[in-house]
Design a binder for this molecule. Structure first.
Ligand SMILES: C[S@@+](CC[C@H](N)C(=O)[O-])C[C@H]1O[C@@H](n2cnc3c(N)ncnc32)[C@H](O)[C@@H]1O
Length: 125
């Protein structure tokens, strides 16, 4: 899979983030599973339920998408790090995940979440 290149957009912060998460991906679930604790409250807050079409921004290994799908929602996960998307696809082979910096979902979505990602871009606003 061709890695996403934030350098194309000229966003040095995004590229810094991407490079770090590419390295961390293989050990993410070993150290970062605490984020799972927040998934249900996050989905509740976003009103995700059966039939919701959700964009799971900064999806990492797919915890939010996985839980949303268990609720009957139709998630698509988006992450800047190719290695993270590969982990998500491995963990949840029936769900869609794409490499990217912004939601590139097909069709209309009616909910979006972003868990444990403090900043998406160095662009203001
Ligand atoms: C701490 S992890 C959170 C993963 C997952 N949401 C969770 O709760 O476990 C942060 C994720 O944000 C992704 N990320 C960072 N900057 C991003 C950006 N500009 N666009 C998309 N994903 C980004 C990283 O690649 C990483 O997978």
């Amino acid at each position: 899979m061709r890695p996403y290149s934030a350098a194309v957009s000229g966003d040095a912060f995004a590229e810094f983030e991407r490079a770090g998460w590419e390295r961390a991906a293989s050990r993410y679930e070993e150290y970062w599973t605490d984020t799972v604790l927040f998934v249900e409250p996050l989905l509740d807050a976003a009103g995700v339920r059966t039939g919701s079409r959700l964009v799971d921004v900064a999806c990492g290994p797919g915890f939010v998408s996985e839980t949303a799908a268990a609720r009957g929602a139709q998630p698509v996960g988006v992450d800047i790090a190719t290695a993270m998307v590969e982990r998500a696809r491995m963990r949840c082979p029936d769900l869609p995940f794409v490499v990217g910096e912004s939601p590139r979902a097909n069709g209309r979505r009616n909910a979006s979440t972003m868990e444990a990602c403090a900043r998406l871009s160095s662009e203001p606003g």
